[in-house]
Design a protein around this ligand. Structure first.
Ligand SMILES: NC(=O)C1=CN([C@@H]2O[C@H](COP(=O)(O)OP(=O)(O)OC[C@H]3O[C@@H](n4cnc5c(N)ncnc54)[C@H](O)[C@@H]3O)[C@@H](O)[C@H]2O)C=CC1
Ligand SMILES: O=C(O)[C@H]1O[C@H](OP(=O)(O)OP(=O)(O)OC[C@H]2O[C@@H](n3ccc(=O)[nH]c3=O)[C@H](O)[C@@H]2O)[C@H](O)[C@@H](O)[C@@H]1O
Length: 460
């Protein structure tokens, strides 16, 4: 039996940080070290003030507070951590390729390969290498090839252990997962990882499969989830023209236990670092095997999502008399969903970009996202100069500052606090007619109309 005493995780991001914190919390006898090349990120993980952790997740501060310094460590010394570990998780980013073959679709595996090469160079004793990052099916083959060609006599076992946590609920998802998935070929290595999870996850929820099923299941899980959002979003457009209400439709169909009620909330479009990236990757893989119908089918999930973001922006423009030039539009929310400071692929970025093309003035308030991040997101698109983005977009630290004097309010993220605002008072301080575009169908339309808002929600 392989007894795991030291775990290293390469990559201290949204997955590596929370996942390893919980593993350390639940396995006090295992020493867990999370390493990253990004010194600033590691410094933030080590910050005495737990409010400054680089990832905002409800409950994470308590977990880190319990384990850090006891058996949880954050460091930039990657070589030392590799050398000492029995088990190494690779949890680095795997973004969509922005160059060369597969540009715009395939996963960029350069960070994964760098990790494999570093492990191969540094390791002097046998290691279990765990793919935690989301990877194309059959990546373990490439990893194995790199690791096995070191010639230093070290044995490597590769496991696939994809992560299913969602941001904003990472700690509860990790504490109470629907399932943990472990793919591998070597029974002893699989059992070693099962034992780490068995410290808190019931055995029947730990699924073991072959490597390829595990790698592929992760892409498929995200594709199915995103497909549900695109399906209900497609119906939201139909609701808007027929007088049906998308929440009522979602409720009615969700009562069918074969369909289920979760993940049927219509929105301005899904965001986040993974749905789009993973579906694009799935599409790329299908096409590379010449499965064009399969590829087209899944690609439609992305096309519909792009359409949803575009049509939300266009609905704003159309209802504001076909021009937003010089008008002040308050954005409530910038994060891709509530309870996270993550803005990757957030619908807000694309809606803003569309409105800025029409010379709108946007004032953004998000409870957790910094002004620097918002400007970085817009600058990254490269649509206009950084100076122009700063001229047209203002970021403020209270909702009042955003809405006062605005022509319109647009809700982009479903933060709970927006539900509890005094909307009658907000309307008093806005220009007339006061427009409210609810991209999350978060508020009570009838009440807002009574207050006097011109209220438009996704799907009604
Ligand atoms: N964000 C999420 O909610 C989820 C993400 N995933 C997957 O997990 C993986 C990681 O995602 P995130 O944590 O969101 O990414 P992230 O970008 O937040 O973190 C990745 C970290 O890896 C570090 N890194 C890259 N190369 C390195 C190297 N050679 N040595 C040391 N550090 C290195 C980067 O500096 C960065 O801090 C991706 O494959 C993603 O698809 C899976 C489930 C959920
Ligand atoms: O691989 C990943 O990165 C993760 O991707 C998603 O998690 P995440 O992106 O953090 O958040 P979700 O709750 O899935 O939301 C994704 C997007 O869909 C939107 N959404 C979600 C649900 C819904 O009913 N409607 C809807 O518009 C959200 O607002 C958000 O923009 C999956 O839920 C996780 O299981 C997975 O591990």
């Amino acid at each position: 039996m392989i007894n795991i005493q030291k775990i290293t995780c390469i990559g201290a991001g949204y997955v590596g940080g929370p996942t390893m914190s919980v593993i350390a919390q639940k396995n006090p006898n295992v020493e867990v070290t999370v390493v990253d090349l990004n010194q600033q990120r590691i410094a933030a993980w080590n910050d005495e003030n737990l409010e400054n952790l680089p990832v905002y997740e409800p409950g994470l501060d308590a977990v880190v507070g319990e384990a850090r310094g006891r058996n949880l460590f954050f460091s930039t010394d990657v070589d030392k951590a590799i050398d000492e570990a029995d088990m190494i998780f690779i949890s680095v980013n795997t973004p969509t390729k922005t160059y060369g073959k597969g540009k715009g679709q395939a996963a960029d595996l350069k960070y994964i390969e760098l990790c494999a090469r570093q492990i191969a160079t540094v390791a002097k004793s046998d290691k279990i290498v765990v793919e935690k990052s989301t990877l194309p099916v059959r990546t373990a083959e490439a990893l194995k090839s790199i690791l096995d060609h070191t010639g230093n006599g070290v044995n490597f076992h590769i496991l696939s252990n994809p992560e299913f946590l969602a941001e904003g609920t990472a700690v509860t998802d990790l504490h109470n997962p629907d399932r943990v998935l472990i793919g591998g070929e070597d029974a002893e290595a699989i059992e070693a990882l099962v034992q780490v999870y068995e410290a808190w996850v019931p055995r029947e929820r730990i699924l073991t499969t072959n490597l390829w099923s595990s790698e592929l299941s992760k892409l498929v899980a995200n594709a199915f989830l995103a497909q549900r959002v695109s399906s209900i979003n497609a119906i939201s457009e139909l609701c808007e023209v027929t007088g049906a209400n998308v929440d009522e439709v979602a409720h009615a169909i969700g009562k069918d236990s074969r369909i289920g009620s979760k993940f049927l909330k219509a929105s301005v479009g899904f965001g986040g670092s993974c749905f789009q990236k993973d579906i694009l990757n799935l599409v790329y893989i299908a096409r590379s095997y010449h499965l064009n119908e399969v590829a087209d089918y899944w690609e439609q999930v992305i096309l519909l999502n792009d359409h949803q973001k575009t049509r939300f922006a266009e609905r704003i423009i159309k209802n504001m008399y076909n021009t937003v030039n010089g008008k002040q539009i308050a954005f409530l929310g910038w994060a891709f969903k509530k309870d996270t400071n993550d803005t990757r692929e957030s619908a807000a970025i694309y809606v803003a970009d569309h409105l800025l093309d029409e010379e709108a003035n946007i004032i953004v308030y998000d409870p957790k996202v910094s002004a620097e991040q918002i400007y970085r997101d817009l600058d990254y698109l490269g649509t206009r100069s950084p100076e122009e983005n700063r001229r047209l977009v203002t970021v403020v630290s209270t909702a009042d500052q955003a809405v006062n004097g605005s022509h319109a309010v647009a809700i982009l993220t479903e933060w709970d606090e927006f539900k509890h605002y005094d909307w009658a008072k907000i309307k008093e301080n806005m220009k007339r007619p006061a427009f409210l575009f609810d991209g999350r169908k978060l508020l009570h339309g009838v009440e807002l109309q009574k207050i006097g808002f011109s209220y438009y929600a996704i799907g009604e």
